[in-house]
Design a protein around this ligand. Structure first.
Ligand SMILES: [Zn+2]
Length: 110
């Protein structure tokens, strides 16, 4: 096996671990700093890892009575008009910083 092929294999093996690690870090940092939502963090992670970014059409985050995801376009705060009551304000800087549940730290190989 050529060195370059071997290198590619290693990169491909480590990539999902890196992605998960940085996705957790970005999500925690973006939500805690009140810069954006978990969805913004996910979009940024996709951009960083060269994945396809979906169209800018946001879909409602609400749940139907059958616990399926709603498929209507979002209007306000990521929810459609019908599911607005399911919106919960994000945990922001007004919460004691020591008591915020952090995403579980994923050990890194780097
Ligand atoms: Zn909805």
């Amino acid at each position: 096996m050529l060195d370059s092929e071997y290198g590619k294999l290693i990169v491909e093996a480590v990539r999902p671990i890196n992605r998960e690690y940085y996705a957790d870090k970005l999500k925690y940092w973006i939500v805690k700093s009140d810069i954006g939502t978990e969805r913004n963090a996910e979009l940024l992670t996709k951009k960083i890892f060269d994945e396809q970014v979906p169209e800018n059409k946001e879909i409602c985050k609400g749940r139907l009575a059958t616990s399926m995801r709603c498929t209507k376009p979002a209007k306000c705060n990521g929810y459609c008009g019908f599911h607005q009551k399911q919106y919960k304000p994000p945990v922001g800087s007004n919460v004691n910083g020591n008591r915020i549940a952090r995403p579980q730290n994923v050990p890194t190989l780097l």
